[in-house]
Design a binder for this molecule. Structure first.
Ligand SMILES: *Cc1c(COP(=O)(O)O)cnc(C)c1O
Length: 382
């Protein structure tokens, strides 16, 4: 909930901007940390959800590791003080330059996404006299039951290696003296709200864990990725995920040896609810069939609605009217998909009103762009 004091502060600020409630962020991180500790689980934060420095500092202080998907994310995490021994690097297209830099930083693990990549990392590690720790990202063919654009664990997706390629992986590993296989990795999609999906994932992980044992590999790590969804419809009622229930599913259903570690890579669930995009109404257009609110923020600041038809709760945080009107809430960008919500019921709104687009802390600011030569969006904290 945006407090009256916070909203009063916004009155003097130039819009649009991201507002981060760092208190809520800390509470969320602490809830997750203590739940993970209870089960002895390890959490790496997926930087791609939000690499704003204040957010990263809060995550680092919690003691989480960093899950990176580009060389620059690896660099940034280490620059900001994350322990390289807690940095993992995934990504379906790691360039040689990115791999070399990560090798030079002695990161904890490469999550490898193809048989070919194993050979490339081995070669680059050999040239430097290093041994690279690797985990194989396996595509478990589990349907995440989420939006088609954010499901990643089906055989038709580009991510990871498929199960029928595991024999080739082992053959390749045997030919790669500068690689050490430490685990298997999975990430089946994002914004997963049906916890049954994670049970299905556990079943697959168990199967594959045994498969590796049968082939002579005692894996040290089972990395089950991220993907835990948040409540976009009720950000105030469900501002912090029930991390304990989430972890307890893995605790119950993952068969593991006592010395085997379970790793998670959470992004969205840690940072989504602490962020809102704050914007002002520039124009109100009353049409015959539709009323439009035209904001000073658009898809250049928050792309999720345009990119995945994602829902965000939209609030008029300054109107005092008790008349309710339906509006299409749109941005100023020259694209028809630049729309935050259709037929949104709001108090009657006027030019200059402040609007909050909620649950925008994950995949918001980080996806902002300079399209239409827009200014980079600013951020405000409390
Ligand atoms: C994006 C991503 C995550 C984080 O996903 P969330 O849905 O934000 O939790 C974790 N692991 C990998 C490999 C990813 O690409």
């Amino acid at each position: 909930m945006l407090s009256k004091d916070t909203i009063a502060r916004f009155g003097n600020l130039e819009t649009p901007f991201y507002y981060y409630d760092l208190g809520l962020l800390d509470q969320t991180l602490e809830t997750c940390r203590s739940a993970a500790e209870k089960f002895g689980f390890h959490v790496h934060y997926a930087l791609k959800a939000n690499f704003n420095e204040q957010v990263l500092q809060a995550v680092r202080k919690t003691g989480f590791g960093a899950d990176c998907v580009s060389g620059n994310e690896v660099k940034k995490a280490i620059e900001l003080g994350f322990d390289p021994g807690k940095v993992v690097f995934a990504g379906v297209g790691k360039s040689d330059k990115e791999i070399i830099e990560a090798l030079n930083s002695d990161i904890y693990c490469f999550n490898v996404e193809s048989v070919q990549e194993l050979g490339i990392i081995n070669g680059l590690a050999a040239e430097r006299g290093k041994t690279a720790r690797v985990a194989i990202r396996i595509n478990p063919n589990v349907d995440a039951h989420t939006h088609q654009y954010i499901t990643t664990g089906l055989e038709e997706n580009k991510f990871g290696v498929n199960q029928w390629e595991l024999n080739s992986c082992i053959k390749e590993l045997k030919a790669c003296p500068n690689l050490k296989l430490i685990g298997i990795h999975f990430h089946i999609g994002s914004q997963i709200t049906n916890l049954e999906v994670f049970k299905s994932l556990c079943v697959k992980v168990n199967e594959l864990n045994s498969w590796f044992e049968d082939h002579g590999y005692q894996l040290q790590i089972l990395n089950v990725g991220g993907g835990l969804g948040v409540d976009y419809h009720a950000p105030d009622e469900n501002s912090i995920n029930d991390f304990e229930s989430y972890f307890s599913i893995f605790d119950q259903f993952l068969e593991r040896r006592n010395d085997q570690e379970v790793h998670f890579e959470l992004g969205r669930a840690l940072v989504a609810q602490c962020g809102s995009l704050i914007s002002r109404i520039l124009y109100v257009k009353n049409g015959l069939k539709k009323n439009f609110l035209i904001l000073d923020a658009g898809m250049t600041e928050l792309m999720r609605p345009a990119l995945y038809q994602a829902y965000h709760k939209i609030e008029n945080i300054s109107s005092l009217s008790d008349v309710q009107v339906k509006y299409d809430v749109v941005g100023p960008i020259c694209e028809s998909t630049d729309c935050f919500g259709k037929e949104v019921e709001l108090p009657e709104s006027i030019r200059g009103d402040l609007m909050a687009i909620r649950t925008a802390g994950a995949y918001g600011e980080v996806m902002s762009s300079g399209y239409n030569l827009r200014e980079r969006v600013k951020s405000v904290y409390s």
